[in-house]
Design a protein around this ligand. Sequence first.
Ligand code: ADP
Length: 174
Amino acid sequence: MTVRQRIGVYPGTFDPLTLGHLDIIRRGANLVDRLVIGVTTNPAKSPMFSVAERLIMVEREIADLPSVSVVEFDSLLMDFAEREGASLILRGLRAVADFEYEYQMAGMNQQLNDRIETVFLMADVSLQPIASRLVKEIARYGGAINKFVPPGVAADVARRLEAGSGASSDAAGE
Ligand code: ADP
């Protein structure tokens, strides 16, 4: 008898990957047989790191999680999920700020493909306030970000800021 694997996708910008994201990844990995992290290009957000850099960053930080992998995607989320054979889309939910957008997106995605469920997870309470946008803002003003991101990511951000503009080398082309 073949047992169908339960596959989940976790889409996001991950610019940069935070401890909040990693907590959701660990919790999500416990719910599925295979978790595929989808890094979106999302040019509207003028990212600090290119997609290629974010893929390397995420890959490095999930190295200890054998059932988790990471890929780039720039298609409709439902098409990406379908392509990966996923039955679940994982999203993290932070307090009220995320709710309206996530609620709308999950509702519209349900209309596009009713076979794929969106599942919302809460990060550990101590990690809930963390947002990539604020991590970048704190770092740009010289604040310490080591409570919010893994050490490797803190080093990536420091290097990017030392190098100059704080924008990814190919941000304009993303
Ligand atoms: P997006 O551009 O899709 O919002 P992000 O990289 O900002 O991508 O976030 C990806 C997902 O992770 C989103 O569902 C977001 O709500 C969730 N997330 C981000 N930070 C946290 C956190 N600290 N706690 C819980 N969920 C989070």
